[in-house]
Design a protein around this ligand. Structure first.
Ligand code: CUK
Ligand code: CUA
Length: 628
């Protein structure tokens, strides 16, 4: 595949001429063979097969999945790309973690992104940018609860391109995106309360100085646009489909510092933020700054015009907007109920025409430990019951009718899951494209579902076919620490590059340095000494050779190796590994990667390619000669 083919980078295009295993096209093709059948026979059979084919988790070798799944890698600090419905793991995207294979955290290009003293992270909520309430295939954002950060993944190359450390707060947990009119903002919660000025000089003993803040990040610049100080802490969050409101759950309205204190009151709340009022307050300069940074901090505590506090049963956890844009569902956790909040009533709450609690229009009882809710776009909701190890399918409108006194059963089905589910997620279910085909339930425990792997066992992601009236379990998928949350995006929304664009900003700094060094990265192989102890080695690679089969440095030199992969063939990735130096990295087709290390061992040091690239891959190596 030549570089020119980058424009034809759509899976849908790629599938032209392939067997179309999903949808009707394949079946019409098959119909041509089944000539003796009557038209009516064919139609009914085709319809049956269409449903069957579209909802079979079996994706044959060589066939492609219908959805990209973006799975949080939990405290592994990475994001994983899954194929759905096959549940095959397609790729891992290092985000907050060190990744040997690709050199993420080792190369100069990735260090520019990671820019951090630590290589740990705790990912929970991966969410894709949207336009008009639908996934737009541009970015996936993910939180790092462990180190209070938010990262952005570019979906054209599936690499992390920005990481933001958020000031004034501790432990970023719930994260979502603005859905309408587009993802101008990423929203996320600072979960753990800390003194606003947390300098250790005062206030540590006085819990009344502790705050949590809601954070609003500019999705393009990846800077904090503003923060909103609240009463109580913050857990999960979601945005409406009107571009007006954000809502967050709080499980510690008491601001308790231990378990007993945190669960002492009968109710907690959902905080609703008015985007327009917050933006106006920032514009009018009605904010303060703290801790020596210039992030505007708005005061959204009780009584503020920026927020409203809706009382809900104790310790709510997930909050999920229904894809019809009508409701926020806050999940009870300690209460066996979920609270349905009418988004249409939020205007009246902010206008002080009704009490905040009046927006709760039903509180259906579902079972023990409701954590998160997903939607199928047909009016049904699916709520995980952590304590019951079940998922409850229920009908939203029927639950509201039942709340209003009608004798009606809103529960549609309960299934056992294995075991203790956290999030569940429907295909495209948090967008206007909710299609009600698949439900993934992310179970915290797998217990007996797989061959035992010692004391540490995998989690279990269970896939359900929800296209019919009943949820049907079709697949168990073991996963490693720990997918709190995931999304499933139709493959038509995502267009990835086949090879790197030479002008890609990801390695622009290295390209600029080479230019300053008078080096043409596409042709030159040279060693440039910079000052007494610094050497930069420029080389090309093209299967199965490096542009330099040897180079010379002095013991103690700081060596930077810059490699440009001239291969234009898709999937021909080279590696660079310097033996005994802890140095390795990926250089994919048309990519430039660089890595800096100390030449601290005298003598002959071999470097080699560690991505198997060619029949002569073993021969793709060279010598660094280190003079003592
Ligand atoms: S949280 Cu983990 S199960 Cu971080 Cu969305 Cu609910
Ligand atoms: Cu290049 Cu292996």
């Amino acid at each position: 595949m030549s570089n020119d083919d980058k424009s034809a980078n759509n899976v849908e295009l790629e599938n032209e001429g392939r067997r179309k295993f999903f949808g009707k096209t394949a079946l019409i093709g098959a119909g041509a063979v089944a000539a003796p059948m009557t038209a009516a026979m064919f139609t009914s059979m085709a319809q049956a097969q269409a449903v069957e084919a579209a909802n079979s988790p079996h994706v044959a070798p060589g066939e492609l999945d219908e959805y990209y799944g973006f799975w949080s890698g939990g405290h592994s600090g990475e994001v994983r790309i899954m194929g759905v419905p096959s549940m095959r793991e397609l790729m891992r995207i290092p985000v907050f973690n060190l990744d040997n294979a690709t050199g993420y955290g080792l190369t100069n290009e990735s260090k520019e992104v990671l820019n951090s003293e630590y290589v740990t992270g705790d990912c929970h909520h991966p969410h894709m940018s949207m336009t008009d309430g639908k996934y737009n295939g541009k970015y996936v954002f993910i939180n790092d609860k462990a180190n209070t950060r938010v990262a952005r993944i570019r979906c054209d190359v599936m690499k992390t391109d920005k990481i933001l450390h958020i000031p004034n707060v501790q432990a970023i947990h719930g994260l979502r995106v603005q859905k309408v009119p587009y993802t101008k903002y990423v929203i996320c919660n600072g979960e753990f309360e800390v003194p606003v000025v947390n300098d250790g000089k005062s206030g540590m003993e006085d819990v009344s100085t502790y705050r949590s803040m809601f954070n609003v990040i500019d999705a393009e610049t990846m800077e904090v646009a503003f923060q909103v100080m609240v009463d109580g802490n913050l857990d999960n969050t979601d945005a409406d489909f009107d571009g007006k409101y954000f809502a967050s759950t709080s499980y510690n309205s008491e601001m308790g510092m231990n378990l007993g204190e945190m669960i002492s009151s009968e109710r907690d709340h959902v905080v609703v933020f008015s985007l327009a009022r917050c933006e106006a307050a920032v514009k009018a300069g009605k904010f303060k700054t703290y801790n020596g940074n210039n992030v505007p901090v708005l005061d959204g505590r009780k009584g503020s015009e920026l927020t409203r506090y809706i009382p809900v049963p104790k310790s709510p956890h997930g909050i999920n907007a229904s894809p019809d844009g009508k409701y926020f569902v806050a999940n009870g956790k300690l209460s066996p109920t979920v609270s349905i909040i009418s988004i249409a009533k939020l205007d009246d709450i902010f206008a002080n025409k009704i009490e905040p609690r009046d927006a709760v229009i039903a509180e259906p009882e579902l079972g023990l430990g409701p954590l998160h809710t997903a939607f199928d776009g047909r009016g049904n909701a699916y709520t995980t019951l952590f304590l019951d190890s079940q998922v409850a399918k229920w009908n939203v409108e029927d639950a509201i009718k039942a709340h209003n006194g009608e004798k009606i059963n809103y529960l549609r089905q309960k299934v056992d899951v294995h075991y203790q589910p956290g999030h569940n997620h429907t295909s495209q279910g948090e967008s206007r494209d909710a299609d009600g085909k698949w439900l993934v339930v992310l179970c915290k425990f797998s217990k007996d579902r797989f061959l035992p792997t010692g004391p540490l066992k995998p989690e279990n992601d269970q896939l359900f076919d929800i296209s019919g009236d009943e949820m049907k379990l079709v697949h168990d998928g073991p996963t490693f620490a720990e997918p709190h949350d995931c999304i499933m995006v139709h493959r038509s929304k995502i267009k990835t590059k086949r090879v790197w664009d030479r002008n890609d900003p990801m390695f622009a700094t290295t390209v600029a340095t080479a230019k300053a060094d008078g080096v043409n990265l596409m042709t030159d192989n040279k060693v440039i000494r910079k000052g007494k102890n610094k050497v930069t080695v420029y080389m090309t690679s093209i299967a199965p050779t490096y542009g330099l089969s040897e180079f010379k440095v002095k013991l103690g030199d700081e060596v930077t190796v810059v490699i440009t992969n001239l291969d234009q063939v898709e999937d021909v990735t080279h590696g660079f590994c310097m033996t005994n130096h802890g140095v390795q990295m990926e250089i994919s087709a048309q990519q430039t990667s660089s890595i800096t290390f100390k030449a601290n061992r005298p003598g002959v040091q071999w470097y080699y390619c560690n991505w198997f690239c060619h029949a002569l891959h073993m021969e793709m190596r060279g010598r660094m000669l280190v003079e003592a």
